[in-house]
Design a protein around this ligand. Structure first.
Ligand code: ATP
Ligand code: MG
Length: 408
């Protein structure tokens, strides 16, 4: 894409009404624009990042057998009344139509997915099943002050699984846990899995996936030797105490952001909607369900919290909006390099605008694309300057050599 055509622009100063680094940098660099607290427009650069994260999640959920669907966001009151959520869930947005009919906006979609999937599950032979969607969720959050980390509207991957037995849920959970770690790793994040208590409905276990960051809103205790980790809010363990799992390590406390969550739903929703399948003995049974969430837009914010410096964002390659930022300086023409990169399937943002080198460099650092290539009369004919966002000094090389390096 030619930057001269990009409708969004960077801003020199951070918006005054944003307190967190992710919100400040994403707004300044032209990735998002705030409509109100907790609701952002995703601009061309921002949407590319969101789509990249979405695709990583999609690939890994498909790999564990998840089947992608898309469910409505607007729901009839009746399904939320059936589960008790209409009165009990404080973040549920409720809407009244002009004919006085009442609706809810999806904040999680067990109410839709349970009858939907069970419509097609007749016998034990139809189990297990896992379906997921990647869709916007709406929650009446009280404090939306952390940029993409806490939206009133946010993008979530929500997967729901259906099983004959608790053991089968546990088996699937173990598989999904590995897939979650792959998702976070591909995004450049290191996540820890905690064990915590259930949510509004269930006394059963939930597992949270946490990334250490001061911008997060959770406190965790984790072992410095094994992978034991708990949410500090509910834990009987104490900071500095001995690890209750391995007995060797010490528990450290850290601020973290929850980038994913798994709920063991038991038979709660299947019983509420009285949906059953026929087991091997011909008896009617309620399936056991699991709910597996990943905060996709929150993860984008967390990536920025983790990867930035005083100049701007430093995108990990897998989620970057473009792989290369090509800068033409001093009237030089980068069109041929732009074309060859594009032909090679490399995503390039081509800064073809007439601006000073200093301004272009500052913008490139702010936007944070992994590779920077500069063409200019100073570098010379047939040569370019190549620098990774993480490197201090550029290297001068032949165009051909640069193209080989980037394509690798
Ligand atoms: P939190 O404790 O942060 O409010 P939650 O337990 O309410 O999270 P879930 O209902 O499990 O979250 O939702 C699944 C995932 O969606 C979370 O792990 C998180 O990554 C993301 N998420 C939840 N609420 C928000 C929000 N308001 N804004 C952005 N992402 C969110
Ligand atoms: Mg919440």
């Amino acid at each position: 894409m030619r930057q001269s055509q990009l409708f969004s622009k960077t801003e020199r100063n951070a918006p005054k009404d944003e307190a967190t680094i992710n919100a400040q940098l994403l707004a300044r660099a032209g990735f998002v624009s705030k409509l109100m607290a907790g609701a952002y427009s995703y601009l061309p650069l921002g949407l590319r990042v969101l789509n990249n994260i979405e695709n990583i999640v999609r690939e890994e959920m498909n790999a564990v057998g998840g089947q992608e669907i898309l469910m409505p966001i607007i729901h009839p009151k009746s399904i939320w009344a059936t589960t008790g959520g209409w009165d009990k869930i404080d973040v549920l947005f409720k809407i009244k139509s002009r004919t006085e009919k009442e609706y809810a906006l999806g904040q999680s979609e067990e109410e839709v997915v349970t009858p939907l999937v069970m419509k097609y599950v007749n016998t034990y032979k139809d189990l297990p099943r896992a379906v997921y969607q990647i869709n916007w969720k709406f929650r009446d959050e009280l404090r939306s002050k952390s940029g993409l980390l806490r939206g009133v509207e946010f993008l979530m991957k929500d997967m729901y699984s259906f099983h004959e037995t608790q053991a089968d849920f546990e088996r699937f959970y173990a598989e999904v846990k590995k897939a979650y770690f792959r998702v976070y790793e591909r995004m450049g994040l290191v996540a820890k899995a905690t064990e915590a208590s259930g949510g509004a409905f269930t006394q059963k276990v939930s597992y949270e996936f946490m990334v250490l960051t001061d911008a997060g809103e959770d406190d965790i205790l984790y072992c410095d030797v094994c992978d034991f980790c708990v949410n500090a809010e509910i834990a009987k363990e104490k900071e500095g105490g001995q690890c209750t799992r391995c007995g060797k390590g010490t528990l450290a406390k850290a601020r973290a952001s929850e980038v994913g969550n798994v709920f063991d739903l038991g038979q709660k929703f299947a019983k509420d909607f009285d949906v059953t399948y026929t087991d091997k003995e011909g008896k009617k049974q309620h399936p056991i369900m699991g709910c597996f969430g990943i905060g996709i837009s929150r993860a984008m914010g967390v990536v920025v919290e983790k990867f930035h410096d005083e100049k701007g964002i430093i995108w990990p390659e897998a989620v970057a909006p473009f792989r290369v930022h090509l800068l033409a300086l001093g009237g030089a023409d980068g069109a041929h390099i732009y074309d060859s990169l594009q032909k090679a399937g490399v995503q390039v943002l081509y800064d073809d605008r007439e601006m000073s080198a200093g301004e272009k460099f500052a913008e490139a650092d702010l936007i944070g694309i992994p590779w920077r290539i500069v063409v200019s009369p100073k570098v010379g004919d047939g040569k370019v300057e190549v620098k990774r966002r993480t490197e201090k000094e550029p290297r001068i090389m032949d165009v051909k050599e640069a193209l080989e390096l980037i394509k690798k």
